[in-house]
Design a protein around this ligand. Structure first.
Ligand code: NAD
Ligand code: UDP
Length: 346
């Protein structure tokens, strides 16, 4: 049963709103999360009426503060695993509902798997009922610990089906299966993005992913916890770049017949990231090593040729620029912008 969030404004979401609705309505499942809240903002700017649907597991109501009072915005508290509110009419659906950080998705692995699989089924059925276009936030985790580097979309991956990461990896792989079967069986217009590590404003300080962990640790003067040797690599994309990729993929005149990698192709070791964060925060923190989590991928870098050639998309914001913005965000959140003000007078 869906619950209306009392503190948030709820506008009617049934029917075609008297048939006089002149803007298109987008549903963002996971809309109160890190990426979801940025996407809701962007869609409102693009003229959409936006309904965010979220169970607030890792998302926060305050992520929506900037848009809460927008006449065209509605938020509904709901778990995508449960049947969706009846009569909700939508033209476009973005499925971002799923915890993305390893500690969060491993906390209740069965619910994570259900979120990806049953949640996708519920949203695909909604799309089918309204002939809506539907977007799936898939992940580079479908490549597992990749044996092909960088990863092109036609690489099938190297995934452990029964490890602690499997609830997320296999859940997202199953969701891709469902999306493409709905496309083949019902000619549904689907768009599947495989997202590589993305960071930026509105990550939670306790999110557990590496960029937020390192920045928060550095700002607090705590040791930076590098798991394993730190020689494993990731490629970090700033959130604004990624959201532009989402919109371009959703608006492409022709639906690609396969998932599309979206991420920044510049690769860093985790030790390099830790060193950069210490430098940008001017922190006295030290680096300490902690055990490497089971099945932690050793390398990851997207091949974004398809997105470049067909969507005219590639990231514009360097890691240096993105880290500076993210440090500023966490400094303001944790210390009221003290660090940034100090830097300005130096
Ligand atoms: P996030 O945890 O901030 O956002 C997920 C949102 O989904 C949260 O608001 C959460 O409350 C909501 N949610 C979780 N389970 C739900 C459920 N059962 N019903 C309704 N809402 C639910 O993470 P994010 O980084 O913003 O990720 C958004 C999406 O993008 C996720 O699907 C994630 O798998 C995917 N993704 C993100 C990254 C990344 O680097 N940020 C990488 C790959 C894929
Ligand atoms: N990591 C780390 N210290 C942390 C958090 C993560 O060294 O405090 C490492 C983690 O082991 C992985 C990389 O950073 O090798 C990226 O981890 P994250 O959880 O951000 O994303 P994912 O593993 O899903 O790519």
């Amino acid at each position: 049963m869906s619950k209306v969030v009392k503190v948030l404004k709820l506008r009617p979401t049934t029917g075609r709103v008297g048939g006089n609705r002149n803007s298109r309505r987008a549903l963002v499942a996971g809309g109160a999360g890190f990426l979801g809240s940025h996407l809701c903002e962007r869609l409102l700017l693009d003229g959409y009426e936006v309904v965010a649907l979220d169970n607030f597991h890792t998302g926060k109501k305050y992520n929506l503060n900037t848009i809460l009072h927008d006449q065209k915005f509605t938020c509904v508290e709901h778990d995508v695993v449960d049947a969706l509110p009846s009569g909700l009419h939508v033209d476009e659906i973005y499925n971002l509902a799923c915890p993305a950080s390893p500690p969060h998705y491993q906390a209740d692995p069965i619910h994570t798997f259900k979120t990806s699989v049953i949640g996708s089924l519920n949203l695909l059925e909604l799309a089918r009922r309204h002939d809506a276009k539907i977007f799936q936030a898939s992940t580079s985790e479908v490549y597992g610990d990749p044996l092909v580097h960088p990863q092109p979309e036609n690489y099938f991956g190297n995934v452990n089906p029964h490890g602690p990461r499997s609830c997320y990896d296999e859940g997202k792989r199953s969701a891709e299966t469902l999306f493409f079967d709905y496309s083949r069986m019902f000619s549904l217009d689907i768009r599947v993005a495989r997202i590589f590590n993305t960071y930026g404003r509105r990550m939670q300080p306790d999110d557990g992913r590496v960029v937020s962990n390192f920045i928060v640790q550095a700002l607090r003067g705590e040791d930076l916890t590098v798991y394993g040797s730190g020689r494993q690599t990731r490629s970090f994309c700033y959130a604004d770049d990624l959201i532009e990729g989402f919109v371009r993929l959703m608006n492409a005149p022709q639906a690609p017949l396969h998932p599309v990698n979206l991420g920044n192709p510049v690769e860093f070791t985790i030790m390099e990231l830790a060193t950069l964060v210490i430098e940008y925060t001017n922190s006295r923190s030290k680096i300490v090593h902690r055990p490497l989590p089971v099945d932690d991928p050793r390398q990851r870098r997207p091949d974004i040729s398809f997105a470049r050639e067909n969507l005219g998309w590639e990231p514009r914001i360097s890691l240096a620029q993105g880290l500076a913005r993210t440090v500023e965000y966490f400094d303001a959140l944790l210390y009221g912008g003290h660090l940034v003000r100090e830097a300005a007078v130096l």
